[in-house]
Every structure is written in structure tokens, then in C-alpha cells.
Design a binder for this molecule. Structure first.
Ligand code: ATP
Ligand code: MG
Length: 393
């Protein structure tokens, strides 16, 4: 009996001419995602992708990895048998042994209409069989166990539990973006949202080491490694901001410093993005969440960008962001204490209604291009891959 995982896609049906390409990307991503788990083959069917498992033991790990693969709407582990009901009856007892249930429902779907028995007759026949076998009763509305049966031309596939994926688009179909990753709760969630929409995400982190300790760097490395699970390969650019901050504090009133930091961050991120052919910048800002995120201040930050700045969390409440952070596994790292570069030399109450002209005037005394180039010269890069490459030998 063949054990295979059947993956149903999300949205891909809508994409017309791009569909074959999207499906190929999904197949490739699933191959990478399930590396080293006992998947023998990944293949493409009509509107679905199949993964053939070496054995039952591979399932728990495969389940986790397929769930985290974007473009997957839902999937299930299935058993393929030759297309006749007697064979189905011969394998059901051992398959049902693994489930405990007092009620069940059979849902047959005759995709191959040449199969001589109608779906409702299959349901009735197998229903009686399972009832005799287990003593459980039929419950069409709220069964403990669903038994699905798809009748295909060459085989019948049997499955029990459907698992929901995140949907979205396969990573790689939407181009590259550069996400500003702070080590806080919001920016990892923002980066993840763009991966979910098919983007490859480069991470950019600004730090004030050695003016402060390495904690924000360590957290960001951890977050980048974790998020790589969703896109398989990542780069994290670590940018020292301390020298620029020292220049800023000499000439800028405290209330404006944080905005100034942000404008430099955006300029530097944009330069890195262009080098990597990334098409947009991503931040974790949410409207009004903190003083630097008022509409006025967002406009001041945007004014130095020529690439679009995407803010996927703009309409989220903090609690909603935290819920996503928990479910994608970044929350625990994000809440560790750190020394963030933006808290350096800034007052408790920064300007909330800055004007572009004021900030530009304050900035005009600084050698902006030179500072940007200097910072770019001191960038270090870390690379991540997931699943970890299997050591040779
Ligand atoms: P987060 O939870 O992502 O830190 P936040 O609510 O603390 O966000 P801010 O500190 O105002 O908000 O930062 C807004 C956004 O600016 C962040 O979401 C992130 O995208 C970017 N950002 C802030 N600090 C840094 C940093 N040190 N390095 C890279 N990006 C940063
Ligand atoms: Mg922050």
C-alpha cells in the first residue's frame, strides 16, 4: 500500500498563464522543505502535488514541514490501493486500528465516473462494513472520524484527517524584498507576511554595537534562522549605525533623532535592496502604535525612499500581531530583553508631528551620502539555510 501526502493548492487555480510556473515552484519548494524526512518522490498531479513517503514514520515531520510551506491550502496523508472495494475492506481494519472513535462518516468521491458503484452506494456499503467491524455508529453531521475515499482511474485513495496550511503563494514567485528586522515583535511578523505572499525576503538589521551590547544582533540572528524555515535560504545584513548616530546627536534636537535614524536606515536598506534586485522595503510599522509611527512621521520616513515601503501590519492591533508571532514561532525570541539602537540618545517623548521640511533642514548639515557609504562599507552578511544541509559522509 502506497503512502502519499496529497497537497491542495491555494489561489493557484486563479492565476491563468502563470499556473504551470507556480506549480513547479511549489513542487521545488516542497522538495527542499522535506529534505531528509523520508519523502521518496514529489510529483505534480492535476491541481495537486503528491509526496510519496518511504513509510508511515516519516509523516509527523513531513506534516510540520508541509504545513509551513506557502501555497499549500490543505493536505492529508493518504493510502492508495487498487480500485476495488474488496481491497479497501481488506486494508481498513489495520488503518482504523490507529484511530479511536465512537462515530464516523464515509465520504466517497467518484472522480472516475466509469467506476461501477455510485458514491452513495460506496458510502452505504463501507458504512455497514465499518459499523460491523468497530461497533461505532454513523454520524453524518459531527463524526469523530471522517473516512474519505477518492476513486481515481487507477486507484482508490483513502484518508482521514485534513490539515490546513497557511495558503498564500509559493516563496519565489513574487520577487525579492528587503525587510528591516529589529529584533522586536512586529518586524518578523511583517517579513513573514511577505513570504506568505510569495516573496523572498532579505533581512536588514541595524545595531549600535559596540556602543551597546550584542543582544539585538543575537536576537536577530535567531529570528532570521527561525524565519528561514519558511523560505529555505536567507541572508541577514548587519549594519552598524553607531557612527551615524554619533553624528546625528551632535546636531539634532533629541525629539527628532529617532526619525533621523529611521531615514538613514531606509537609505541604507534601499542601497542594499538595489544591490540584491529587491523591489520593495518591508517594515513592521502599524499606524499609531508608537510615536514614530504617526501618519506625519511615516511621511517623513517615506520621503527618502524611492522604492515602495510595504507595511503589512499597518492595520493590525498589537494583540493581533502577537497572535501571529506566537503561531509562527518568533514571539519567544522577540520578547527577550535587548539593547535596541533606536533607544540610544532619544527622549521618552519624541516628535509625533514632524514635517518633512524641518527634518530635511536638520539633515542638511550632515554629510548624508558619505555616512551612508561608510555604513555600507561596514556591513556584514550572515547566510542561513533550512532544513540544515545534511553533512556529507
Ligand atoms: P518591532 O517590533 O518590529 O521592533 P516596533 O513596534 O518596536 O517594531 P519601531 O521600533 O518604531 O516599532 O520600529 C518600526 C519598524 O522599523 C520596525 O518594525 C522595523 O521594521 C524597523 N526597525 C526599527 N528598528 C530597527 C533596527 N534596529 N533594525 C532594522 N529595522 C528596524
Ligand atoms: Mg522595535
Amino acid at each position: 500500500m502506497k503512502i502519499q501526502v496529497i497537497v491542495k493548492t491555494h489561489e493557484l487555480a486563479l492565476k491563468g498563464k502563470n499556473r504551470p510556473w507556480f506549480m513547479r515552484r511549489l513542487v521545488d519548494n516542497l522538495k527542499v522543505a522535506t529534505r531528509g524526512t523520508g519523502v521518496e518522490r514529489v510529483w505534480q498531479g492535476q491541481m495537486l502535488v503528491g509526496l510519496t513517503l518511504a513509510d508511515e514514520a516519516a509523516w509527523p515531520e513531513v506534516r510540520e514541514r508541509v504545513r509551513d510551506c506557502f501555497g499549500v491550502a490543505k493536505f492529508f496523508k493518504s493510502y492508495a490501493v487498487p480500485p476495488d472495494l474488496e481491497t479497501v475492506k481488506s486494508v481498513l481494519p489495520s488503518l482504523l486500528e490507529k484511530h479511536s472513535f465512537n462515530s464516523f462518516r464515509i465520504t466517497a468521491n467518484r472522480a472516475d465516473k466509469r467506476f461501477p458503484i455510485k458514491s452513495e452506494d460506496i458510502n452505504r456499503d463501507l458504512g455497514a462494513f465499518v459499523k460491523d467491524l468497530t461497533g461505532a455508529k454513523v454520524d453524518l453531521k459531527h463524526p469523530d472520524l471522517q473516512i474519505f475515499l477518492d476513486v481515481l482511474p487507477k486507484e482508490i485513495i483513502l484518508y482521514f484527517e485534513e490539515v490546513r496550511g497557511y495558503g498564500g503563494l509559493p516563496v519565489g514567485v513574487s520577487g525579492r524584498v528587503a525587510a528591516m528586522l529589529s529584533g522586536g515583535i512586529d518586524s518578523p511578523v511583517a517579513a513573514w507576511q511577505l513570504m506568505k505572499r510569495g516573496c523572498r525576503v532579505d533581512f536588514v538589521h541595524f545595531h549600535s554595537y559596540p556602543l551597546v551590547d550584542m543582544s539585538s544582533i543575537e536576537k536577530t540572528i535567531d529570528l532570521a534562522q527561525h524565519l528561514t524555515r519558511y523560505q529555505y535560504d536567507s541572508r541577514l545584513f548587519l549594519v552598524p549605525l553607531g557612527d551615524i548616530q554619533k553624528q546625528i546627536i551632535l546636531s539634532t534636537p533629541p525629539a527628532y533623532r529617532i526619525l533621523m535614524y529611521r531615514r538613514f536606515m531606509v537609505r541604507i536598506t534601499e542601497a542594499l535592496a538595489r544591490e540584491r534586485r529587491a523591489k520593495a522595503i518591508v517594515t513592521g510599522e502599524s499606524c499609531g502604535q508608537v510615536s514614530s509611527q504617526t501618519l506625519d512621521n511615516i511621511a517623513v520616513i517615506d520621503a527618502v525612499a524611492t522604492l515602495p515601503i510595504l507595511r503589512p501590519l499597518v492595520g493590525y492591533n498589537k494583540e493581533e500581531i502577537i497572535n501571529v508571532a506566537r503561531s509562527i514561532g518568533t514571539y519567544a525570541t522577540s520578547i527577550l530583553p535587548d539593547q535596541d539602537c533606536c533607544s540610544l540618545f532619544v527622549p521618552k517623548h519624541p516628535e509625533t508631528r514632524a514635517r518633512v521640511e524641518t527634518v530635511s533642514r536638520l539633515e542638511s548639515v550632515l554629510p548624508v551620502d558619505e555616512l551612508v557609504q561608510q555604513a555600507l562599507g561596514n556591513v556584514t552578511v550572515k547566510k542561513f539555510s533550512s532544513p540544515e544541509p545534511i553533512a556529507a559522509g
